[in-house]
Ligand binder design. Structure first.
Ligand code: 6PG
Length: 459
């Protein structure tokens, strides 16, 4: 087949290479002159650069498949221009990190031109784009049927499945991608907090932390993020300095984490660890090491018999709680009439190629098949089966950090979230009574569900 791609930045170009490697031809359009110059220098077989959008449209056979790999703020402009050239039944697939609401809006616009639209979440960065990304698709069923073989061909695969799913209506693919990214922020922060505690409290140097993380790659907590973190922690520049001591700590973000939080707030879903991870990014411009109050005389060593903890269980617990929170948003979004997600399909699309991929996720996904529902019991069983020390390690690790003033907002919020659901307390009861006292809000008895009217409600 021949396919059109608009935008040959690092993602677009690598997707093009991937598509070409599957025996398709790509006609491409790119405005940036430096990118164009580089492409002309390194001639890529079966990649044909066109001079204008109209030339691109003329070259691609109809019904045309036009993929967009553009910065978020360029997508509308290009779609509007394309409507001048495309014909009914042609397909526009937006492969960028677009907001799902924009995808729904674009689908409506394109429907009025009888053009089919697909909103496609792609994970794995430029390397993944080239070698096999995870692909999350939503939009026109007709367009999906025509493009499915291409997406499945270029997607990452493991021995069981292809990391590519179609979720239904426009917006659904980008919705799953933004939840993926919210979770991604949380897992990245989990690993960053853990390595900081290993350094500041347990006095482990970069070599040892790298080795400990590498060893965990043989366990159920293994993941892509753990693998790259083990490498990064010990990587040095050409002056033999650790990058981690040199890099500016202000964390960037492209907005997908914030979108995940907004969706969760709208749906009334608790996602404390995703929120804390986004919040840490926003607060990173205020990180100030001059006021560090943590004790300077480090003396603890991990694996002293007295303070042995299981890093495998700590990582699994935190990853599982963060994944569960993200899945909860997806599950609850089914109450919006435009979504109808099957959680199995979400797991399939994250099963390889994406930033979340890992052995831990296979375990989380297998346990889901026993429950078939996103419900607290699922999380409870997951933790019970995989954290055999009844969270002793998690509690000790977190409290060591807190005692010493070592920051750990995501580790703390995961544990707080879990304890909130699975420990016995009277917090809801007391707050309901407070509300009743000052606001006369109606309250009910737990057992009978009958209305109760405490004496303070008689004015
Ligand atoms: C992925 C990534 C990818 C990218 C985002 C997040 O799944 O491949 O999520 O889409 O890294 O841009 O980046 P920020 O950290 O800038 O929000």
């Amino acid at each position: 087949m021949n396919i059109g791609i608009i935008g040959l930045g690092s993602m677009g170009l690598n997707l093009a290479k991937n598509i070409i490697s599957k025996k398709h031809k790509v006609y491409a359009y790119e405005q940036n002159s430096t990118i164009k110059k580089n492409l002309k220098k390194n001639n890529i077989q079966n990649l044909f650069l066109t001079k204008s959008l109209s030339e691109l449209i003329n070259k691609v056979n109809s019904p045309r498949i036009i993929m967009l790999s553009l910065p978020a703020d360029k997508v509308d402009e290009v779609i509007n221009e394309l409507t001048n050239f495309l014909e009914p039944k042609d397909i526009i697939a937006d492969l960028g990190n677009s907001l799902y609401l924009k995808s729904i809006e674009r689908d409506n616009l394109l429907k009025s031109h009888k053009i089919n639209f697909l909103g496609v979440g792609v994970s794995g960065g430029p390397r993944g784009a080239k070698n096999g990304p995870a692909i999350m698709v939503g939009g026109s069923k007709e367009a999906w049927n025509k493009t499915r073989h291409i997406f499945e061909d270029i997607a990452a695969k493991n021995d069981k499945q292809k990391a590519c799913s179609f979720f239904g209506s426009a917006g659904s693919g980008h919705f799953v991608k933004l939840i993926h990214n919210g979770i991604e922020y949380a897992l990245m922060e989990v690993l960053a907090e853990i390595s900081n505690i290993l350094d500041k409290f347990y006095n482990l140097n970069n070599d040892v932390i790298e080795k400990k993380f590498r060893d965990l790659l043989k366990t159920n907590s293994s993941s892509f993020l753990l693998r790259i973190t083990s490498e990064i922690i010990n990587a040095k520049n050409d002056k033999d300095q650790y990058f981690i001591n040199e890099v500016d700590p202000e964390i960037g973000q492209n907005g997908t984490g914030v979108w995940a939080i907004k969706a969760a707030l709208d749906l009334g879903v608790a996602i404390p660890s995703i929120y804390e991870a986004v919040s840490a990014r926003s607060n990173s411009k205020n990180f100030n090491y001059n006021y560090d109050q943590s004790p300077k005389n480090k003396k603890y060593f991990l694996n002293n018999k007295d303070n042995e903890i299981s890093l495998e269980q700590i990582i699994f617990f935190n990853f599982a709680c963060s994944i569960y929170q993200g899945l909860n948003i997806i599950n609850e979004s089914n109450k919006w009439n435009f979504f109808d997600f099957k959680i199995e399909d979400v797991f399939q699309s994250w099963s390889a190629g994406c930033i979340l991929q890992g052995k831990y996720l296979e375990i989380i996904s297998k346990e889901f098949l026993k429950h078939k529902k996103i419900e607290p019991q699922y999380l409870y069983n997951l933790i019970k089966t995989n954290c055999s020390d009844q969270l002793k390690s998690v509690r000790e690790f977190n409290s060591n950090a807190i005692k010493m003033g070592i920051t750990c907002p995501v580790l703390s919020s995961n544990l707080a979230y879990y304890d909130q659901m699975f420990s016995n307390h009277k917090i809801g009861e007391l707050i309901q009574l407070q509300r009743s006292y000052f606001g006369l809000h109606p309250i009910r008895e737990k057992k009978s569900n009958n209305k109760i009217t405490p004496y303070w409600t008689n004015l």
